[in-house]
Design a protein around this ligand. Structure first.
Ligand SMILES: Cc1cc2nc3c(=O)[nH]c(=O)nc-3n(C[C@H](O)[C@H](O)[C@H](O)COP(=O)(O)OP(=O)(O)OC[C@H]3O[C@@H](n4cnc5c(N)ncnc54)[C@H](O)[C@@H]3O)c2cc1C
Length: 375
């Protein structure tokens, strides 16, 4: 499809998946005057309870899209991250790295995932979001793509963006049959009020990672909500997508941790936790096929250890919108998008498989690589 034949504002774009990546892409495209419809399988758009550390290149896009003030109101700035031994001994305290060419941007903004998704959704007209639309098949024609949904509805689009997560149907139908790879770890996540977390991490507004052997505990303060996001990552041989876990199993992993961390878990019910296996995918050779491309976890699912999955999904949307603005054809835009984004996300995928460990010498394994490129 040539954009020169069709004004960019006339392109019909369909985004499959209304998670953080799909919703961010819709906002980015609207900012370029491109209309996009979002098709989501779920009956409501909602995010699980957990925090995200928004990094400076991501926040730069929010400024470009005119939503920075809204995000700033729901998030708080953190200047440091700490890596600690399980017993609380601080091993590393480090400024967040500046991942833009502005060396002053050594911070992250900490936000609840639901607050971030709501901010994106507030920018998208409700009649452009189609819930209960589970994509079941996709057919590629010379100049357009047809998408079929389980509810019987079908659409045609000039560009389809597969933002349908780690188990992407769009990826498996058109791009790669590689399956997600189990890491051998589960993540148990919950949100607690900061007094129920004994003010851990909150007072200094620091993201803390406690590491003991193969077990990690992440404490992320969410100051604006007076809450703390708690994530226990621990080995498990259970690869099922919805594992059944008992609270005692989580507590067993925490025997060598600060007693306050044990008490946070003791005081909760297992129903208060979201228990998920951690999967990633191998870097793909390509993300696009004709007028179809991938974005976010569908393109480059990575382990959560480097805190970059959502950041990279958002930056994909921003980069894709810019590439469309700069190009004469959809094919040219998709080439630019992949060329700019794939080396970055591939590096993060690699780093997320080796970090963190008790031997880590930095809280930010990406720093050396990306700061070197920028300076
Ligand atoms: C414990 C944990 C902590 C994390 N912490 C961080 C962090 O601090 N920082 C960070 O940057 N990232 C973090 N991440 C990673 C981040 O959450 C993900 O990378 C990000 O949410 C991916 O967004 P996405 O939109 O690509 O995919 P998803 O959020 O998976 O969204 C995909 C959407 O597509 C829909 N869908 C799927 N199939 C279909 C279909 N066939 N038809 C229609 N719709 C469909 C789904 O229902 C879903 O709404 C963390 C992840 C975990 C597990």
């Amino acid at each position: 499809m040539r954009i020169v034949d069709k004004k960019i504002s006339e392109l019909k774009v369909a985004i499959i998946g209304g998670g953080i990546g799909g919703a961010a892409a819709a906002v980015a495209l609207r900012n370029e005057g491109i209309h996009a419809e979002v098709y989501e399988q779920a009956p409501v758009l909602a995010e699980v309870g957990a925090g995200i550390g928004l990094r400076s290149p991501t926040v730069q896009y929010f400024k470009d899209w005119g939503i920075y003030e809204q995000v700033a109101k729901k998030s708080c700035q953190s200047d440091y991250m700490e890596i600690l031994a399980g017993n609380g001994e601080v091993k590393i305290k480090e400024n967040w790295p500046a991942l833009t060419d502005n060396p002053k941007e050594r911070w992250a903004r900490l936000i609840h995932r639901a607050d971030l998704l709501d901010t994106f959704l507030s920018q998208i007209p409700s009649d452009s979001i189609h819930l209960n639309h589970r994509c079941k098949s996709i057919s590629h024609h010379e100049n357009y793509v047809e998408v079929h949904f389980e509810n019987g509805h079908s659409i045609e689009a000039d560009l389809v963006i597969g933002a349908d997560g780690i188990r992407s149907l769009i990826r498996s139908k058109l791009i790669s049959e590689d399956k997600p790879v189990y890491s051998g770890f589960h993540a148990y996540r919950t949100i607690v009020n900061k007094e129920n977390a004994f003010n851990m991490a909150s007072d200094a507004n620091i993201l803390q990672i406690y590491v003991d052997g193969q077990v990690q505990v992440y404490l992320m303060p969410l100051q604006d909500r007076k809450q703390v996001s708690v994530d226990v990552t621990a080995p498990s041989s259970d690869e099922s997508w919805r594992p059944k876990v008992a609270k005692e199993e989580i507590l067993n992993h925490l025997k060598c941790f600060d007693p306050k961390i044990q008490r946070i878990v003791e005081n909760l019910n297992i129903e208060d936790f979201t228990c998920r296996p951690l999967y990633d995918i191998k870097p793909l050779e390509r993300w696009s096929f004709g007028c179809v491309t991938l974005l976010g976890d569908a393109a480059h699912a990575m382990l959560h250890n480097v805190g970059q999955g959502a950041n990279q999904a958002i930056q994909d949307g921003g980069a894709l919108a810019v590439a469309l603005r700069e190009s004469n054809t959809v094919t040219e835009a998709l080439q630019k998008y992949e060329t700019r984004r794939k080396p970055i996300t591939t590096k993060y995928q690699q780093l997320s498989r080796i970090f963190p460990s008790e031997e880590a010498e930095t809280a930010f394994p990406e720093k050396e690589h990306f700061e070197k490129i920028l300076n």
